[in-house]
Ligand binder design. Structure first.
Ligand code: NIG
Ligand code: FE
Length: 451
């Protein structure tokens, strides 16, 4: 029997995120809009009068009166390094004083420091850390997030990371997409000063040990590589991505972040799902990505934290690229907020608020091969966010403030009033009752107990 899971109605603005960037209406706005959810999937989207005639809200398990509020798709954060141990907040100040990211890395800080802390952490501590970050994400409207490994840099810890990412996906309402990133840095034990041969030895480990071990378990979906100055060359990155692809891992590339090294062209060559960062990408790189159907994933929080120049999102959109925006949440870019990323995308990278919305939802799903996720259209998962504001533009306009009220995942409430509901906790098998019992916002009428 099918269930009318939820009817959301009366939204001042339903931003369906179905339009293209650069078009007249990227956000696909429906005024006085409604969404009917059947069995966790969107069954109908349209004007309230039409939708509620066919799907009477009083027949739904959950009725959400969104009057005066905007409803948008749940954010799809398509690039994070959200699983880590340790604290690098002191590096924030060092960077403010002028130390560069490359200098921190070269002196054993940065990624290397997080690798030491992550290797030393227990699985349970790692899981608790990730669950805590997922709680913050869902409170800020993220319903799907990609999380990379890459703070292990040895077979055992890379495997543990991917396993913990999978356990977090099982335990938490946010969908977690696992990406293997053994080629995130050349580990200290392989660094040989000016001898590039040691990096090749590490690439051998990634290709011959890590990828087979992880692919054999079927526990990762993508394979990413840091193709940049101070990390891996194009040739090394190509080896890793080809080895991953041969075992079913779809390529992704950290490209042109610190310097121009050819990672974007490599992403086009191997048919990657995405090329990410692109601070130093050229027009020709962008044209190659567009031709190859690679989604450019831009991470303005990273440029913000590094005090670097931003990627030119406007030029990429004008060149026809389906740009995605993500947080890059990691110890070097410590913000889980897609709303903050959207604000930076508008102010620093030239996107309109409607484009920033599409970049953080529909195009994020594109970077993860998950269309029609990230849109409010028939057949898409009912992952949606009710804002405590009348339009999607209030998200970037209210920079630094969370405008998320209720979050539905598959039509079920998972956050309310900007607070996670019943989120899984790493230290207990059952959801924390204190959280489960937290009152839903006044706009949600839950008939769960009546039926
Ligand atoms: O995407 N650039 C490489 N990796 C991350 C940073 C990871 C770290 O500093 O811990 C990034 O910015
Ligand atoms: Fe990254």
């Amino acid at each position: 029997m099918t269930e009318l899971t939820a009817v959301v109605h009366g939204a001042a603005e339903l931003a369906t995120a179905t339009g293209d960037l650069g078009s007249d209406d990227p956000a696909g706005i429906v005024e006085d809009g409604a969404v009917a959810v059947v069995d966790g999937e969107i069954d109908r989207v349209g004007p309230t009068a039409e939708v509620t005639r066919e799907y009477p809200p009083e027949n739904a398990t959950r009725e959400i009166d969104a009057s005066g509020r905007a409803v948008i798709p749940g954010y799809v954060d398509s690039h994070t390094h959200a699983l880590f141990a340790g604290d690098r907040s002191d590096e924030f100040e060092a960077k403010l004083r002028g130390t560069t990211y490359g200098e921190l890395l070269a002196s054993g800080g940065g990624i290397h420091r997080t690798v030491r802390a992550t290797r030393a952490a227990s699985d349970e501590d790692l899981l608790a850390n990730l669950i805590g970050h997922l709680d913050v994400m869902v409170a800020h409207g993220t319903t799907t997030v990609e999380v990379k490994s890459g703070y292990g840099l040895d077979t055992e810890t890379e495997f543990r990371m991917i396993d913990v990412i999978g356990r977090a996906d099982d335990r938490h309402p946010v969908d977690v997409v696992p990406t293997f990133m053994g080629a995130h840095a050349v580990p200290r034990e392989y660094e040989g000063g000016d001898d590039p041969g040691n990096a090749d030895d590490y690439v051998d480990r990634v290709v011959d040990e890590q990828i087979p071990a992880i692919a054999a378990q079927g526990i990762a979906e993508f394979c990413d590589v840091f193709c940049d100055e101070g990390a891996f060359t194009v040739a090394q990155s190509r080896r890793v991505l080809r080895a991953g692809a041969e075992r079913g891992l779809t390529p992704k590339v950290h490209a042109e972040e610190l310097a121009h090294r050819g990672g974007a062209r490599l992403a086009a060559e191997v048919g990657a799902a995405s090329a990410d960062h692109l601070l130093h990408a050229t027009d020709a790189d962008v044209a190659a990505l567009v031709d190859a159907g690679v989604t450019p994933v831009l991470l303005p929080g990273t440029a913000f934290g590094l005090g670097a120049d931003y990627a030119d999102a406007r030029a990429m959109v004008d060149a026809g690229a389906p740009v995605a925006v993500a947080t890059d949440f990691n110890p070097n870019c410590h913000s889980q907020s897609m709303g903050f990323a959207a604000a930076l995308a508008c102010v620093e990278m030239g996107l309109t608020p409607a484009e920033a919305l599409v970049a953080g939802t529909r195009n994020g799903a594109r970077a993860l091969d998950r269309a029609p996720l990230g849109t409010l259209r028939e057949g898409a998962p009912a992952d949606l966010v009710v804002l405590n504001a009348p339009s999607h533009a209030h998200v970037p306009y209210s920079y630094g403030v969370n405008r998320v009220d209720a979050v539905l995942k598959g039509g079920e409430p998972v956050a309310a009033g900007g607070v996670p509901l019943g989120a899984a906790r790493a230290d207990r098998d059952e959801p924390d009752p204190a959280r489960t019992d937290r009152a839903a916002p006044a706009s949600v009428l839950d008939r769960g107990g009546e039926q």
